[in-house]
Design a protein around this ligand. Structure first.
Ligand code: ZN
Length: 686
């Protein structure tokens, strides 16, 4: 599970308060690091710094070098998982982008460049967040003419296919709004499999067929169930029967997976301990066999290794891209521990049992013993697959319920990325436009960053790890609503405890008022400002956004009679006004208890009602107003990161003697280089 940036557009830092060592600029620094890079469509590209890399040992640097190679080698997989034409579309666009002979300042090339940048960013033709297909601003005829000018050996032509044949096959996918309109369709009542463009189920498979296929294979009463179906595509065999095509070496995606394994094995000698080598060995075995019991075994060893400074994940991990929430997208992150900032998260972990015992959840849904909640702040060294360029700021793994129950989970917040967001947002004008008054803005300036970080820590370190299912509850009961309910549970746990005097006692918040900054921000975001990410007339689809809307609208509704939170008008503009912060906390607590009950009992109907009633619908009038006000600020609602470039310095015998970092690579150059150097799958992939 992961948490994405919550208050991404808020400049809470107008009177910036430094909260930890990593945010203090070093004196030796001469020119300021530029966190903001280019902007296109609704996207702002940022850069992040890998602070502390130079201080690592050569062994650690070499370890990271090979791991980042593995992390980049899986890039093509995600494109193919997101839609079966994506690799082909990327290839033909890149051919025109690099070889175009016409006017590069003209409207066609400009529109093509923007479209390609969006395809790179989303790893496909659907919006990375909204999941809807975005359309090119150039005409099919223009692209067809340009493709005829490109040398044919650069084009992803099928055997015997002409350029026109390629256009006829692929153009409807790109240009026709009715073809593959959504990557993940979550609309209640639709056939979610048949109407989603994601490439996890072969064309022709219905939701019912897929659900029946897995229901029939689920062993009854297995206390340690594997996450069935997570590393395969469901397909038809030669006789028209359903069968899994497993993503493993020698199976589907073998080109990418072999390259990943190769680099994992190169990294292995530089691992920090025998335990960490064992982790790599097991992961390699999973890649080779696709066996999900081995995957659980790998996960357990990975969880137990809490001592290594350098850590990584590099496998099929999150299932947000599958409308049935089962099949996992490939992602990778290589990182090392931020020792100073980790002390903060550790305070929470050390008190995990206290938090569990004192939560407003009914006793039968609490864990008697909260196990191994390890928490740390990490510095990201490279982002790959479903974590690139759009990324998470916090990650909690594994996703297997029984492994979490027995062995706990690893929870991280990614310090250098949060820091980059915060620095880049400085002075965006968002708070001036949407925050109700100077007093609230001051609260946010003083405590915004601090409480944002803390909320993320609480969500990841404690929220996801808290509570338990009743023994009779099947973990998949909530189906399509499972992700939203789970995120709501973790968010509410964090919101509830942010206001607790325990945090002041632990020295994590400076006083009893600091939490209000996060409460205000959360309500404003859930009721209003997150709507900037939704197009007019559309509903909320994405799990994290649904969760925020659900929480904000539920507490707003339940506190209406007492005017706990109001929407007020000032000079024709709507503002969130929080009248009673203590009552708001009590409401968060009540909802936490109810959401935990729903999860623990597997109450599908209640989950569905909660999400559909509070988390999906958009007030059209308010939406229009928010979009208009936001528009005037000229801020891109989505952000993503350009990776640094790792260069290995080698001696005459090829041994690595140093690893150097370069932050200057432009976005398009990086994407084109990745497409060249990490072209691991054929563009026409079956
Ligand atoms: Zn989460």
């Amino acid at each position: 599970m992961k948490i994405r940036l919550l208050t991404m557009m808020l400049a809470t830092a107008s009177t910036f308060v430094s909260v930890s060592a990593r945010q203090v600029e070093t004196a030796a620094e001469t020119k300021p690091f530029d966190y903001n890079d280019e902007k296109f469509a609704d996207i702002q590209m940022l850069r992040y710094r890998v602070e502390g890399f130079d201080a690592l040992t050569l062994k650690q640097k070499t370890f990271i070098y090979y791991l980042q190679e593995a992390a980049l080698a899986g890039r093509d997989i995600l494109f193919d998982q997101n839609g079966r034409y994506n690799l082909r579309i990327r290839a033909l666009l890149e051919a025109v982008y690099t070889d175009y002979k016409g006017d590069r300042k003209g409207p066609f090339y400009t529109a093509l460049a923007e479209y390609l940048k969006r395809v790179w960013f989303s790893s496909g033709i659907h919006h990375h967040y909204g999941c809807d297909k975005f359309l090119p601003a150039f005409k099919p005829e223009e692209l067809r003419a340009a493709l005829h000018e490109v040398s044919a050996d650069k084009l992803p032509l099928a055997k015997g296919q002409s350029v026109d044949g390629l256009c006829d096959e692929v153009f409807p996918v790109m240009f026709d709004p009715a073809v593959m309109p959504m990557r993940v369709n979550q609309k209640d009542g639709d056939d979610l499999v048949a109407t989603s463009a994601a490439n996890y189920y072969a064309p022709g498979i219905t939701q019912k067929q897929a659900e029946d296929f897995y229901a029939a294979r689920k062993p009854a009463g297995d206390p340690c169930p594997i996450m069935m179906g997570m590393n395969s595509r469901l397909d038809f065999d030669d006789y028209g029967r359903l069968t899994e095509r497993v993503w493993r070496v020698g199976g589907l995606y073998t080109g990418a997976l072999e390259r990943i394994v190769d680099n994992l094995l190169k990294a292995r000698p530089y691992a920090e301990s025998e335990e960490q080598q064992k982790v790599i060995d097991l992961l390699v075995e999973v890649y080779r066999t696709g066996d999900l019991r081995t995957f659980d075994d790998y996960t357990i060893h990975w969880l137990k290794d809490t001592r290594s400074l350098v850590d990584f994940t590099c496998y099929f991990t999150e299932s947000y891209g599958d409308p049935l929430g089962m099949k996992a997208s490939w992602e990778a992150i290589v990182n090392f521990k931020d020792v100073a900032a980790t002390a903060r998260a550790e305070k929470l972990s050390q008190n995990a049992q206290w938090f569990e015992d004192h939560s407003p959840v009914a006793p039968q849904f609490k864990k008697e013993k909260v196990k191994g909640v390890s928490a740390k702040v990490i510095t990201a060294a490279i982002l790959g697959g479903d974590l690139y360029p759009s990324t998470a700021i916090g990650i909690n793994l594994p996703n297997s319920d029984w492994v979490r129950r027995e062995y706990g989970s690893k929870s991280v917040t990614i310090g250098n990325l949060m820091d980059a967001y915060s620095k880049a947002a400085h002075g965006s004008g968002m708070d001036k436009e949407f925050v109700i008054d100077e007093e609230t803005r001051r609260l946010m300036a003083d405590y915004g960053d601090l409480c944002d970080n803390l909320h993320t820590d609480l969500h990841e370190c404690l929220g996801h790890g808290s509570g338990k299912l009743l023994p009779t509850t099947d973990p998949d009961t909530l189906k399509a609503y499972g992700s939203t309910i789970e995120e709501a549970r973790a968010d509410l746990f964090g919101l509830y405890y942010l206001a607790d005097s325990k945090l002041v006692e632990l020295g994590l918040t400076p006083n009893a008022d600091a939490y209000k900054s996060q409460y205000y921000t959360y309500m404003m975001n859930g009721l209003m400002t997150q709507l900037v990410r939704i197009k007019p007339g559309q509903q909320i689809e994405e799990a994290h956004m649904r969760n925020r809307a659900l929480i904000a609208h539920w507490v707003y509704e339940k506190g209406k009679a007492d005017k706990v939170v109001e929407l007020v008008k000032r000079k024709g503009k709507t503002f969130v006004k929080v009248n009673d912060y203590a009552a708001l906390r009590a409401l968060f607590g009540s909802l936490l208890a109810e959401v935990q009950r729903i999860k623990s009992e597997g109450d599908y109907d209640a989950a569905r009602r909660l999400v559909e009633d509070y988390g999906v619908k958009v007030d059209a009038t308010l939406h229009k107003e928010v979009l208009a006000r936001y528009e005037r600020l000229h801020i891109a609602p989505y952000k993503g990161f350009i990776n640094p470039v790792y260069e290995a310095v080698r001696d005459s015998e090829g041994r690595i003697t140093d690893v150097r970092l370069d932050y200057s690579e432009p976005y398009d150059a990086q994407m084109l280089r990745y497409s060249r150097q990490y072209a691991t799958l054929p563009a026409i992939n079956d």
